[in-house]
Write a new protein. Sequence first.
Length: 135
Amino acid sequence: QAQFQKDNNAYNLGLWGDYMITDQWALGLGVGIGKDYFPPLTGTSWMVAPNASYFWKINDKFFVQNRLYFEIGDMAKDYSFYAIGYNPTINYKVTDNMFIGFSFGTFNYTKVKDIDGMFNFDINSAAGLSVSYKF
Protein backbone atom coordinates (compact mmCIF):
# COMPACT_ATOMS: atom_id res chain seq x y z
CA GLN A 1 0.00 0.00 0.00
CA ALA A 2 1.32 3.41 -0.91
CA GLN A 3 -0.01 6.23 1.25
CA PHE A 4 0.30 10.02 1.14
CA GLN A 5 -0.81 12.23 4.04
CA LYS A 6 -0.72 16.00 4.32
CA ASP A 7 -1.42 18.08 7.41
CA ASN A 8 -0.49 21.76 7.81
CA ASN A 9 3.11 22.10 6.60
CA ALA A 10 3.93 18.41 7.00
CA TYR A 11 3.63 15.41 4.71
CA ASN A 12 4.40 11.72 4.83
CA LEU A 13 4.87 9.19 2.04
CA GLY A 14 4.80 5.61 3.22
CA LEU A 15 4.78 2.06 1.92
CA TRP A 16 2.85 -0.50 3.97
CA GLY A 17 2.74 -4.27 3.65
CA ASP A 18 0.17 -6.40 5.47
CA TYR A 19 -0.12 -10.16 5.86
CA MET A 20 -3.65 -11.47 6.44
CA ILE A 21 -3.67 -13.93 9.36
CA THR A 22 -7.49 -14.36 9.22
CA ASP A 23 -10.23 -12.91 6.99
CA GLN A 24 -10.45 -9.83 9.24
CA TRP A 25 -6.99 -9.47 10.89
CA ALA A 26 -3.62 -8.54 9.38
CA LEU A 27 -0.12 -7.88 10.70
CA GLY A 28 2.09 -5.50 8.79
CA LEU A 29 5.04 -3.17 8.53
CA GLY A 30 5.27 0.35 7.17
CA VAL A 31 8.24 2.49 6.16
CA GLY A 32 8.11 6.14 5.27
CA ILE A 33 9.81 9.44 4.73
CA GLY A 34 8.39 12.88 5.26
CA LYS A 35 8.74 16.49 6.29
CA ASP A 36 7.65 17.18 9.85
CA TYR A 37 6.35 20.32 11.43
CA PHE A 38 6.73 19.70 15.14
CA PRO A 39 7.95 23.03 16.62
CA PRO A 40 10.68 23.70 17.42
CA LEU A 41 11.82 20.77 15.25
CA THR A 42 11.17 20.79 11.54
CA GLY A 43 12.87 18.82 8.84
CA THR A 44 13.04 15.52 7.04
CA SER A 45 12.10 12.41 8.95
CA TRP A 46 11.99 8.69 8.37
CA MET A 47 10.01 6.02 10.19
CA VAL A 48 9.39 2.29 10.56
CA ALA A 49 6.00 1.17 11.86
CA PRO A 50 4.89 -2.34 12.78
CA ASN A 51 1.09 -2.48 12.85
CA ALA A 52 -2.04 -4.59 13.22
CA SER A 53 -5.23 -4.04 11.26
CA TYR A 54 -8.83 -5.15 11.59
CA PHE A 55 -10.95 -5.08 8.42
CA TRP A 56 -14.68 -4.37 8.69
CA LYS A 57 -16.69 -5.14 5.54
CA ILE A 58 -19.48 -2.66 4.78
CA ASN A 59 -20.62 -4.25 1.51
CA ASP A 60 -19.06 -5.89 -1.58
CA LYS A 61 -17.32 -2.67 -2.65
CA PHE A 62 -16.45 -0.87 0.62
CA PHE A 63 -14.62 -1.84 3.81
CA VAL A 64 -12.93 -0.04 6.70
CA GLN A 65 -9.35 -0.80 7.69
CA ASN A 66 -8.70 -0.01 11.36
CA ARG A 67 -4.91 0.24 11.78
CA LEU A 68 -3.15 0.40 15.16
CA TYR A 69 0.56 1.17 14.82
CA PHE A 70 3.76 1.71 16.77
CA GLU A 71 6.13 4.03 14.91
CA ILE A 72 9.82 4.69 15.52
CA GLY A 73 12.05 7.00 13.54
CA ASP A 74 14.33 9.99 13.33
CA MET A 75 13.33 13.65 12.99
CA ALA A 76 15.25 16.83 12.19
CA LYS A 77 18.64 15.10 11.92
CA ASP A 78 19.44 14.02 15.49
CA TYR A 79 16.17 13.47 17.34
CA SER A 80 14.60 10.04 17.51
CA PHE A 81 10.89 9.67 18.21
CA TYR A 82 8.21 7.09 18.76
CA ALA A 83 4.50 7.25 18.23
CA ILE A 84 1.51 5.07 19.01
CA GLY A 85 -1.57 5.66 16.92
CA TYR A 86 -4.81 4.62 15.30
CA ASN A 87 -5.66 5.34 11.66
CA PRO A 88 -9.01 4.35 10.11
CA THR A 89 -9.21 4.11 6.30
CA ILE A 90 -12.27 3.63 4.08
CA ASN A 91 -11.35 1.47 1.08
CA TYR A 92 -13.13 1.08 -2.26
CA LYS A 93 -12.66 -2.17 -4.19
CA VAL A 94 -11.79 -1.25 -7.80
CA THR A 95 -11.02 -4.83 -8.85
CA ASP A 96 -10.57 -8.09 -6.94
CA ASN A 97 -6.95 -7.10 -6.30
CA MET A 98 -6.90 -3.28 -6.31
CA PHE A 99 -8.26 -0.85 -3.71
CA ILE A 100 -8.33 2.92 -3.30
CA GLY A 101 -8.46 4.21 0.27
CA PHE A 102 -9.17 7.49 2.00
CA SER A 103 -8.04 8.04 5.58
CA PHE A 104 -9.90 10.71 7.43
CA GLY A 105 -7.66 11.39 10.39
CA THR A 106 -5.38 9.90 12.99
CA PHE A 107 -5.35 9.68 16.74
CA ASN A 108 -1.81 9.45 18.09
CA TYR A 109 0.69 10.12 20.84
CA THR A 110 4.23 11.12 19.80
CA LYS A 111 7.28 11.48 22.06
CA VAL A 112 10.60 12.95 20.94
CA LYS A 113 13.52 11.34 22.77
CA ASP A 114 16.12 13.45 24.64
CA ILE A 115 13.98 16.60 24.81
CA ASP A 116 12.27 17.04 28.18
CA GLY A 117 8.59 17.68 27.84
CA MET A 118 8.62 17.27 24.05
CA PHE A 119 5.55 15.22 23.23
CA ASN A 120 2.43 15.57 21.15
CA PHE A 121 -0.97 14.03 21.77
CA ASP A 122 -3.34 14.82 19.02
CA ILE A 123 -6.43 14.00 17.06
CA ASN A 124 -6.07 15.46 13.61
CA SER A 125 -7.96 15.54 10.38
CA ALA A 126 -5.00 14.79 8.14
CA ALA A 127 -6.41 13.42 4.91
CA GLY A 128 -4.64 10.50 3.33
CA LEU A 129 -4.95 8.72 0.02
CA SER A 130 -3.79 5.16 -0.54
CA VAL A 131 -3.63 2.66 -3.36
CA SER A 132 -3.48 -1.00 -2.36
CA TYR A 133 -2.80 -4.15 -4.35
CA LYS A 134 -3.67 -7.58 -2.97
CA PHE A 135 -1.47 -10.51 -4.01
